[in-house]
Ligand binder design. Structure first.
Ligand code: IPM
Ligand code: MN
Length: 328
């Protein structure tokens, strides 16, 4: 189903056609292709491809965005960090996805007397239920990993963050087995590149999660390798129905469009996450993941992850190599 630029260019002319949202809602899981492109960058907000994605997240109520950043030994030379810093990193960023400043009101542009000119403004706002449910997903996630949860906020400055932290601390009493710590977002950005191995699971709001998950991705060598799962309540150990949305972490890379250069492995790993978290098909998920790793082990690389001694191939060819790995 079309979304973003594809939808804008089709007869519907809007970034999320009704038919796309209803087909997504009726599905067991949704796999998203990257959206966006220069062509639509100067569109008004309601006609931006990004708006379509935000509407889809909101429509599917997928408030919990799991963004792993796992070091790939095969890609050690692709990371901009030193080997000893990047090696062994395994961080899961749990990003709140349907609230905060991305959706908060009031927002807009208006003339303002205090400033004597037009202003642009947004609102960072979180209700207790929104914090509680993302905190529970994060504690559950940490519990299944190494049992450490770092809450990231700006409780030194922002009221919304002070409230966020208070709610996270309250929820922590339900999870005495998980070790909770707190970090300010600016420090967390620095710590992620200084000593990323200190992190297991991170929980944070929508905007800090957007930024920090991109920072974390570079530890692993390439954002093009990384998947994400956006889950609603039924897929996150709670009780409401609805499919998960599985999105690659990268954008659409318009600069290399049509050149057969893009790395499809992140999207394939999204399909693996879809199988695992969306459909409960853990074995199938593992087969895809193993096929991707086997393809890397056999030395195939796209342009973004190439290094000396590896075989540079295009998008189509690396896909074919993954298929070969899957068949063996
Ligand atoms: C992401 C993207 C999106 C976001 C954009 C495309 C709306 O940057 O998924 O990280 O800001 O959430
Ligand atoms: Mn982003």
């Amino acid at each position: 189903m079309p979304i973003g630029g594809a939808a804008l260019d089709s007869t519907s002319g809007i970034p999320l056609p009704k038919e796309t949202l209803s087909a997504a809602k009726q599905s067991d899981a949704v796999l998203l292709g990257a959206i966006g492109g220069n062509k639509w960058d100067s569109n008004e907000k309601h006609l931006k491809p990004e708006t379509g994605l935000l509407q889809l997240r909101e429509g599917l109520k997928v408030f919990a965005n799991l963004r792993p950043a796992t070091f790939f030994p095969q890609l050690v030379d692709a990371s901009s960090l030193k080997k000893e810093v990047a090696e062994g990193v395994d961080v899961m960023v749990v990003r709140e996805l349907t609230g905060g400043i991305y959706f908060g009101k009031p927002r807009g542009f208006r003339k303002n007397e205090n400033y004597g000119e037009e202003i642009g403004f947004d609102t960072e706002v979180y209700a207790k239920y929104e914090i509680d449910r993302i905190a529970r997903v994060a504690f559950e996630t940490a519990r299944k990993r190494r049992g450490k949860l770092c809450n990231v906020d700006k409780a030194d400055v922002l009221e919304a963050s002070m409230f966020w932290r208070k709610c996270v601390v309250e929820i922590s009493s339900e999870y005495p087995d998980v070790e909770l710590s707190h970090m300010y977002a600016d420090n967390a950005a620095m710590q992620l590149v200084r000593y990323p191995k200190q992190f297991d699971t991170i929980v944070t709001n929508n905007i800090f999660g957007d930024v920090l998950s991109d920072v974390a991705s570079e530890i692993t060598g390439s954002i093009w390798m990384l998947p994400s799962a956006s889950l609603g309540e039924s897929r996150s150990h709670l009780a409401v129905q609805g499919p998960g949305l599985f999105e690659p972490r990268h954008g659409s890379a318009p600069d290399i469009a049509g050149q057969d250069k893009a790395n499809p492995l992140g999207t394939l790993l999204c399909a693996a996450m879809l199988l695992k978290y969306g459909l409960g098909e853990e074995n199938a998920a593992k087969r895809i993941k193993d096929a991707v790793l086997d393809t890397l082990n056999r030395g195939f690389r796209t342009d973004d992850i190439k290094s000396s001694g590896t075989k540079l191939v295009g998008c189509k060819e690396i896909g074919e190599e993954v298929l070969k790995s899957l068949e063996t």
